[in-house]
Design a protein. Structure first.
Length: 256
């Protein structure tokens, strides 16, 4: 196949004359390419101010100084998925046994719908799949943080825009050793859902422009619950705290 050759006429009469004209103009000083320092500083200031206006600081992303952790104890009950394994609930630890396929517990007390943090320590003692599927409120809906799903490694939020933890922008793969405690924290503020494992941030998901939900299997966990899939798991030190004093609870009760 032959490559067409640009005719010398075009080269001589269209490209080079234009380049030569601009060269002459620039050489004559008729076009100024330097911006005066004062104008540059003024433009930079306006640009910085515009950037600050376009990306305001997020509110409610840190707990108030007076916000203290409140232990979640005394009001846990079995989720009753059907096929649940054995469950033992004490003030110190909650043990859930191998289910067919799910076993879990839910909080039957009041709980915030927004602007809060919830924390739990979890470990898998036997099995191979997710040992901690933490379901929590996001305004009028819910979402689930899955640790160790789909064979033991998938981590992420279910669901975002209809996609579960194995197939959305939060999907990641992590190793979870049996008998090792992992401290899990979830923050729900007006801008983001943020998740940590052992104080290391693993997810920061924007809320604006997205729809959140849960898989239908997790319905028995709402408003707040934790479950394991075909494995033995333990949970302890479950607690929560408000991000500000205007947080409302899942049953409309004021936060005390």
């Amino acid at each position: 196949m032959k490559v067409p050759i640009v005719k010398s006429f075009v080269t001589r009469h269209r490209i080079w004359p234009l380049g030569f004209v601009f060269f002459c103009i620039a050489s004559a000083g008729l076009v100024a390419f330097d911006v005066p320092p004062a104008a540059a500083q003024d433009a930079a200031s306006k640009s910085a101010a515009g950037a600050q206006q376009a990306a305001p600081e997020s509110k409610n992303t840190e707990p108030d100084a007076k916000s203290k952790w409140t232990q979640l104890s005394g009001k846990w009950e079995p989720c009753e998925f059907g096929g649940d394994g054995p469950i033992e609930i004490t003030d110190k630890v909650i043990e859930v046994g191998y289910g067919d396929p799910l076993t879990g517990v839910r909080w039957k007390g009041s709980f915030p719908k927004d602007n809060y943090e919830v924390e739990i320590e979890a470990r898998r003692t036997d099995g191979f799949d997710f040992f901690c599927a933490l379901t929590f409120p996001v305004a009028e809906t819910h979402c689930t943080l899955v640790l160790g799903g789909w064979g033991g490694g998938v981590t992420g939020l279910s669901n975002i825009d209809g996609y579960d933890a194995s197939d959305n922008e939060t999907t990641q793969f992590r190793a979870y050793d049996d008998d090792k405690w992992f401290r899990v924290r979830v923050r729900v503020d007006t801008k983001h859902i943020t998740c940590w494992i052992d104080d290391k941030e693993i997810i920061q998901q924007e809320r604006e422009g997205h729809e959140f939900g849960i898989r239908f299997e997790m319905d028995p966990c709402v408003p707040l619950g934790v479950a394991a899939y075909q494995c033995d798991a333990e949970y302890r030190n479950l607690r929560w705290r408000p991000l500000n004093q205007s947080s409302s609870t899942s049953d409309g009760a004021p936060i005390k």
